[in-house]
Design a protein around this ligand. Structure first.
Ligand code: ZN
Length: 462
């Protein structure tokens, strides 16, 4: 399970490129991938040794970006059903997380990473776990995913098991040490500081996080404004709401990335607009835990970058970016009307805008020369993807200039699924080829994950 960095040049030939660049151009070019990057369109003479992939009839997109995941919870799928957030955490998720060790965290991470890769996700932001954090980080690195991760920081809170409540100093030391390790590593993973949420962290831990973020230049990733009863407890304990506390801590200018933001209201939006602040929208999780519908249209109108994320296996229950894209669009249409949020808008959250939310727009999120070759190839031969496309694209020209035309972005946002994923590349390296993992052995992962979960359940007090 290695991630080789030397990869031969690849020519992706004959596909339609859904670039997700600023103009959302759809292009018909052969695409040369070399040195891990998008090197050229229609190269006159590809370098010697270039491998050609014939992709006639396929669509190529930037790989999906998921801005909020808990790969350390992948083993807990189905183990915390029918609960609202605070009971979901205290009765099941925290006791299970407290029982993690490096081995269970590793196989949980690899199982989740395999699902991400098979579903076209190439960049993630993982909020981590407490015990077992080094195992989880190693799994994400071994899987070859790009993104941000770090241990999840917790030091106090109602219902927090002893195994999860590190001392403040220990939590900060572990975060700095593991983050420094990621900075030194040759993997695609970079550090983030992940205080879990206001109710599981002391003010001292938050202040330490802000200091570390400023000293190291690392982003801060947390949960906020997810459910109303959580917000009420925050106001009771801190005398102000989440955004007020973050403002007081100086975190609104510290590259703060919050997951959920379901209850981010107009006053909050005015406060955070233009700051170093983004939201990861988690529609599947928000629906399943009964949290509410985040106003993504209003956030974007305020200029707040929004990414998308499946959250974790016990609150979703899968890690499917296609599903989150579709849910995001459907929910905004329900709230604001069918024209308020298009298929293209939804795809932006998982590509170019997701990249902005994670401050990776220089590297990923669109198909442009010089960017990392993080790419998703979709087959369009499935019945649900039949269409006479706008550019005359895989299925030929429209019959007349006035005939209604389907839009490829809508086609993908509302009709494509993991079943249409053919290839996935990260940094020019094929991670999924013809729908199968190239570097990971799914049978081994399932076998080891089963064993690790059985051991964990024996240790856990649930
Ligand atoms: Zn979460």
């Amino acid at each position: 399970m290695s991630t080789p960095t030397d990869t031969a040049p690849l020519l992706l030939a004959g596909a339609t490129l859904v670039t997700m660049d600023a103009e959302a151009r759809v292009l018909r070019h052969d695409l040369l991938v070399a040195g891990g990057r998008i090197a050229a369109f229609d190269p006159p003479a590809p370098p010697a040794g270039t491998r050609r992939l014939d992709l006639a009839g396929c669509l190529v997109l930037p790989g999906w970006i998921q801005g909020h995941l808990h790969l350390g919870q992948t083993l807990f799928r189905g183990l915390a059903e029918e609960r609202r957030l605070l009971r979901w955490l205290t009765e099941r998720i925290w006791p299970l997380e407290a029982a993690h060790d490096d081995a269970s965290a590793y196989w949980s991470g690899l199982l989740g990473a395999a699902e991400c890769l098979l579903g076209g996700t190439t960049t993630i932001q993982d909020i981590g776990i407490g015990p077992g954090a080094p195992g989880l980080l190693r799994a994400i690195e071994d899987a070859g995913l790009r993104g941000f991760a770090g241990p999840c920081l917790m030091d106090e809170g109602d219902g927090l098991p002893r195994g999860l409540a590190a001392t403040t100093g220990e939590a900060l030391r572990a975060a700095e040490e593991l983050g420094a390790g990621l900075e030194r590593s040759a993997s695609r993973l970079r550090p983030a500081l992940n205080p879990r949420f206001l109710l599981s962290c002391s003010l001292e831990l938050w202040r330490g996080t802000a200091e570390l973020a400023s000293r190291r230049g690392w982003p801060v990733h947390t949960h906020a404004l997810e459910q109303l009863d959580e917000g009420a407890l925050v106001r009771e304990r801190f005398g102000r709401d989440e955004i007020g506390v973050f403002e007081q801590l100086g975190l609104l200018d510290a590259d703060l990335r919050i997951a959920h933001g379901v209850h981010l209201d107009a006053t909050h939006r005015a406060t955070v607009a233009g700051r170093r602040f983004s939201v990861c929208h988690c529609p599947g999780s928000n629906l399943k835990l009964g949290s509410g519908i985040a106003d993504v249209v209003a956030m974007r109108a305020a200029g707040i970058p929004v990414s998308i994320g499946a959250d974790g296996a016990p609150c979703n229950n899968d890690l499917d970016a296609f599903e989150e894209i579709r849910l995001a669009a459907l929910l905004q249409k329900l709230e604001h009307g069918p024209a308020a949020f298009t298929g293209l808008d939804a795809l932006r959250l998982a590509t170019s805008e997701g990249a902005r939310a994670l401050r990776l727009e220089h590297a990923v999120g669109s198909i442009e020369i010089g960017k990392e070759a993080d790419l998703l190839v979709l087959s369009t031969d499935r019945p649900e993807l039949f269409v006479l496309s706008e550019d005359g694209g895989p299925d030929g020209p429209p019959p007349s200039p006035t005939a209604p035309r389907a839009d490829l972005h809508d086609l993908i946002a509302f009709g494509a699924s993991r079943a249409s994923v053919r290839h996935v590349l990260i940094g020019g390296e094929l991670m999924v080829e013809n729908g199968r993992l190239v570097h990971l052995d799914l049978d081994e992962i399932r076998r080891e994950a089963r064993r690790a979960l059985a051991d964990l359940l024996r240790r856990a007090r649930v």
